[in-house]
Ligand binder design. Structure first.
Ligand code: FUL
Length: 486
């Protein structure tokens, strides 16, 4: 039987579309008759929006920016915080220039100093000289983000080395929950809430037992669309290192009940994911452009180059993770010139690299198509139609297959990008790519294990007239939504 194509919701690839975060469309596939049943856990709508973000800017900013410390002790005077030229629009433009789609700022780091006028503490911008105590960094940054079409997210450290209630149990959890509510209620749409698992000692060596279920409830109530990051989710997991490296084998699946904020000794699982995990729990790669998380003049000559950023991008976004690149603003309240230069050059490199998708001009065919070859709903051409809601699929009984691309003129491919229709779960276990050279011979160019949300690999071809993406092994019929060649 040939299925009828009822409705396919279109989605422009975010790569080619600088849309505002809330308007990032997510693929909907349930309306295609005869579509494969989902395999294993699938992403929620908020996770699908998060996947489409790909890379964001992390901003560490606070009293440490003025003391040079990485972890403030909590006794810093609010008077220290006095950026002379703070301009959040400059941060937002720098992010956009580099192709980053959102920002996450340390609203409160471990020192407890609040970048907004928190009503429940006197350890905030309200009690310092900056803008005569009337300033609010979260207000200025959220306004800049929304004006520039960037998502806005917050890091709020549960570990608080200033608050006397820290370590007392319920009283501190109430304090933290009220700050969280404040931050999530007053700045418009929040894309991500970043929970650091660090749980150090408070006064007299007291350690706090965090009430994460309560904190998660606050986020779900105030910002139902926001993804929650921690070492163990519930929406986004830590990748297990701070070096900017995602795992080549990357399952978006985990047994979420076994993971929690602050977990130790499970970094390998966090990196690879768990092939048979029961929950969709993708990995985020956080890394700083400098050796430290906060700005200090002494590290001005150790800012990562555009080449290094590109390598990090291939090893994070290219392996199906999201990248959270820390750009610590300086004591003027500006992205420093060294960062601006790297970000601009990296952005220019990316724009040049991805300007022209050669796959969209190729002829494409598959070894087999679901419901026989004349089925438009699951055709091979769906991988090059610029619509992530459509995909190539085989019959349920077929768990391998090949997509073949023919080019009218020889090409010199440098990058291939492959995506699974993860709305139906993650399936592929092994794949490889072959190129047909000027001599007409097919040769293996690259191989890999998982594809998932995306796999982006470098190629090194000359005079190439054909390309094959071979799905060697899939756990259920392969569903491939995109192949791009640059
Ligand atoms: C860690 C913190 O202790 C660091 O200071 C930094 O904020 C990093 C992103 O997370 O756990």
């Amino acid at each position: 039987m040939i299925p009828t194509l009822a409705l396919i919701t279109s989605m422009i690839h975010p790569m080619n579309n600088q849309s505002t975060p809330s308007s990032i469309a997510i693929p909907v596939v349930a309306t295609i008759a005869g579509a494969p049943a989902p395999f294993g856990p699938v992403p929620s709508a908020r996770q699908m929006r998060w996947h489409a973000m790909e890379s964001c800017m992390f901003i560490h900013f606070g009293v440490n920016t003025f003391t040079g410390a990485e972890w403030g002790g909590g006794k810093e005077k609010p008077a220290l915080f006095n950026p002379t030229e703070l301009d959040c629009r400059q941060w937002a433009r720098a992010a956009k220039d580099a192709g980053l789609r959102g920002m996450i700022i340390t609203a409160k780091h471990h020192d407890g100093f609040c970048l907004w006028a928190s009503a429940v503490t006197d350890h905030s911008v309200k009690f310092g000289p900056w803008r005569d105590g009337k300033g609010d960094v979260l207000r200025e940054l959220s306004t800049a983000c929304h004006a520039e079409g960037l998502a806005f997210g917050v890091y709020l450290s549960p570990w608080d080395r200033n608050n006397p209630k820290y370590g007392t149990g319920e009283a501190y959890n109430e304090y933290f929950a009220s700050q969280l509510k404040d931050v999530l209620s007053n700045y418009g749409e929040i894309s991500e809430v970043w929970f650091d698992g660090a749980c150090g000692e408070g006064p007299d060596g007291r350690r706090q037992v965090y009430d994460f279920p309560k904190f998660i409830d606050v986020v779900r109530t105030c910002q139902p669309g926001a993804c929650i990051f921690s070492d163990g989710g519930p929406d986004v997991r830590w990748v297990g290192n701070e070096s900017g490296i995602g795992s080549e084998t990357n399952w978006n699946r985990m047994n979420a009940k076994d993971f929690y904020p602050g977990i130790t000794g499970r970094n390998e699982d966090l990196a690879h994911g768990q092939r048979d995990g029961t929950d969709w729990l993708p990995a985020e790669v956080d890394v700083s452009i400098r050796p430290g998380w906060f700005w200090r003049a002494a590290e001005d000559d150790r800012v990562k180059s555009a080449q290094t950023l590109e390598k990090i991008w291939f090893e994070s976004v290219g392996r199906g993770c999201n990248l959270l690149l820390n750009i610590p603003v300086d004591s003027r309240g500006l992205v420093a010139p060294q960062e601006l230069a790297s970000l601009k050059q990296w952005g220019d490199q990316q724009r040049a690299m991805f300007a022209n998708d050669l796959a969209s001009k190729a002829q494409v065919a598959a070894t087999s198509v679901r419901f026989a070859s004349n089925s438009a709903a699951f055709a091979a051409t769906n991988v090059t139609d610029g619509n992530s809601a459509t995909y190539w699929a085989t019959d349920d009984s077929v768990t391998s297959g090949t997509l073949e691309f023919r080019f009218s003129n020889p090409i010199a491919p440098r990058v291939i990008r492959i995506e699974e229709a993860v709305q139906l779960g993650q399936r592929v276990d092994a794949f490889h790519v072959e190129l047909r050279g000027a001599d007409g011979v097919w040769r293996k160019a690259v191989e890999g294990t998982t594809i998932g949300v995306r796999r982006i690999l470098r190629l090194d071809g000359e005079g190439v007239s054909g390309m094959r993406v071979v799905i060697d092994q899939s756990r259920a019929c392969p569903c491939i939504s995109r192949v791009s060649i640059y």
